[in-house]
Design a protein around this ligand. Structure first.
Ligand code: PHE
Length: 338
């Protein structure tokens, strides 16, 4: 292309722009001349084929063409928003903008993650087990005989004669001991299932965190208490822990564990129903019969186990009055614990 031809092209383009009517026509010309695949960028690209001595004059002419076309397009209102800026009316600049939706961990996930963090500082690792268990792991090895009420069809979701939805995370104790040698120090978070009718405090599917520590050196109830006290302090902000005698088939002695109310610090309030204490966990020293079931010599090892409900901790920690809120996935609720 010669300089004269270039000049001619410029004239035509400016005439076309001047004659264009309507935003679409202007936009089409913008694309035609200065769009990414337009004729002016094509000329700029082709510059390398122009003889060296003509290149400066040619380049100047192309740039001038480009500028004139852009100015002409702008005058015609191309890029309307740009052209309009400065004379924008009826815009409320104090209106909140559009916020990106931020994701956050669910309260149940948060309690599990926080528990794993706290217990990891005490040397506990996380163990895992399946939701579908066999009756040996869920009952027999845990010293729970067939006539025990928890095995009843009205309490347990049986899938077959040899398969059920685990009613507790305690079978992971059995799996852990069968797969390892002492010492073991694990927590096992997971889903558990019971044939409960759903209401404000019950759900047929909930979460527990199991704890198990077994060693070849003597382990005592005092060790258990100190570990749970540390957990209570880190998780709830108050380290007060109280043991009440209880019964579980797989621990002896067994206790129920109360945490001192983190709201009133024991003085009595609505959260703890004026008692100053909140029931949190079941626990005890591993029953020698359980060691027998996993092939460990009860004369050589001793240990403790504990288990608590994740929903319960979440409800107390975040002040959630109804367990169902944890499963409804209502963002108005979830956003408040984020
Ligand atoms: N598995 C018991 C329950 O679900 C809790 C528990 C765990 C008790 C470990 C003692 C030791 O109620």
């Amino acid at each position: 292309m010669t300089l004269a031809e270039l000049e001619e092209g410029k004239k035509i383009s400016l005439a076309e722009i001047a004659a264009a009517e309507g935003a679409d026509a202007v936009e089409a010309l913008r694309v035609k001349y200065v769009g990414r695949n337009g004729s002016i960028p094509a000329l700029i690209k082709a510059m390398k084929d122009v003889p060296k001595e003509e290149r400066p004059a040619f380049g100047k002419a192309v740039q001038a063409w480009k500028k004139e076309v852009e100015d002409a397009l702008a005058a015609k209102g191309a890029g309307a928003s740009k052209a309009a800026s400065g004379k924008v009316e009826n815009v409320d600049v104090t209106r909140p903008g559009i916020w990106p939706e931020l994701g956050a961990a669910h309260p149940i996930s948060k309690v599990i993650a926080e528990s794993a963090r706290i217990f990891s500082r005490l040397g506990f690792t996380v163990a895992d087990g399946p939701d579908i268990e066999n009756p040996f792991n869920n009952f027999t090895a845990l010293n729970t005989p067939p006539h025990h009420p928890s095995q009843d069809r009205s309490d347990t979701f049986w899938l077959a004669a040899d398969a059920l939805l685990r009613t507790q995370t305690s079978p992971v104790q059995i799996r852990t001991m069968m797969q390892n040698k002492p010492p073991v120090r694990v927590i096992c978070p997971g889903r558990t299932y019971r044939r409960d009718t759903t209401d404000a405090t019950h759900s047929a599917n909930f979460h527990q965190i199991e704890g198990l520590y077994v060693d070849v050196k003597p382990v005592s109830l005092a060790d258990l208490k100190s570990v749970l006290s540390y957990f209570a302090k880190e998780m709830m902000g108050d380290g007060g822990v109280r043991f009440r005698p209880h019964f579980f088939p797989f621990t002896e002695p067994s206790v129920e564990v109360d945490f001192r109310c983190h709201v009133c610090k024991g003085a009595g309030c609505k959260v703890c129903k004026q008692s100053g204490w909140i029931e949190i966990a079941g626990a005890g020293m591993v029953d020698p019969r359980v060691f027998g079931h996993v092939g460990w010599n009860p004369e050589e090892v001793s240990g403790y186990a504990f288990g608590f409900g994740v929903e319960r901790i979440a409800m107390i920690k975040y002040g959630i009055p109804d367990i169902r809120w944890l499963y409804e996935n209502d963002l108005r609720f979830l956003a408040q614990t984020a």
